[in-house]
Ligand binder design. Sequence first.
Ligand SMILES: Cc1ncc(COP(=O)(O)O)c(C=O)c1O
Length: 383
Amino acid sequence: MVSKLPHIGTTIFTVMSKMATDAEAINLSQGFPGFKSDPILLDLVAKFTKEGMNQYSPMQGIPGLRKILAEKTKLTQGYFPDPETEVTIVSGATEALFCAVSAVTRLGDEVIVLEPAYDSYEPAITLNGGIPVYIPLNSGDFSVDWGKVSSAITYKTRAIMVNSPHNPSGYVWTENDVNQLAELVERTGILVISDEVYEHITFDGKPHISLGSHPVLREKTFVCGSFGKTFHVTGWKIGYCIAPKTWSLEFRKIHQYVTFSTVTPIQFALAEYLEVPERYLSIPDFYQKKRDLFSLGLSKTEFEFTPSTGSFFQLVSYRHLSTMADRTLAERMTKELKVACIPISVFYSDKRDDKIIRFCFAKEESELNEALNRLSELHRILE
Ligand SMILES: Cc1ncc(COP(=O)(O)O)c(C=O)c1O
């Protein structure tokens, strides 16, 4: 048998979460919230299932959800995508990313990926016959080296995949980043696939700037979002893609044969839930408390780090403490300290090991405090 993805195994998120369960460790590895979602939203889902909204929805998503999402985009990002032709509801951002990559990538096309990168990008490019071209983010703050991106562009470059707020580093793009990208792709045929699943999780008043809000990028970008991440319901796998009309048309051609449509009662529930902007506008404050608590606690450990500026992830370095491989450290921390994390080498195509691990702090305060307690024993496994 010839595998189409011979280099792909089970994702590290599955591996670490299973290891955490087996070891009865606190799971700060996989990126999912450890607290309950709003009962109002849960009641709405129950209401719509009972009312019989249980059959296929329209392929592009129910009109009510597309319209309120366009209104949310106007409120938070200052532009109003056409709900009819530019907004599509899909089964998670993962589907949005896959369909966007599939819509643009032809055999031999190069797609630029900034790494460390979320692990679903590369297989989507490869399966479509594309060639991923990796550009490392700057070490330290994980900002973008625009000179390197510019030099990687060739006549074969079809698209650039970007992610802000960034997983795993928490880096949030500045206006300068957005303008640099716009300058690079203006007057070219290069498209942009923008993973914005952490759009509502930024700290210290730093705004998230959607690429759709930039006049040049708006014509070239697939903005991929996730209601699962925003409303603490990652298991629902529901997200969206906002793209210009012609590209939404191509995107929908693929979406209709990947999943056809997305879970109906949840679409109705979200459409009603999104009517109150406070429900998403309050999210940065909610997560800021967790970020602050976690970084204060981490400052008392031996790790080195800069507090995350977005997403619900915190990177920490142990380079000054040990030469242990990051995968080994993650495994030993899970089994011996009972705190699971993700080694950052897995986010690099060449698996480079900078001695950095990632924690997810989307957890109850009590759980974070207990994890921090256990992390103070780090020296036990590094000795
Ligand atoms: C950067 C990034 N993109 C996409 C996703 C997937 O989002 P969804 O669960 O909506 O498919 C994740 C989930 O961890 C993520 O971290």
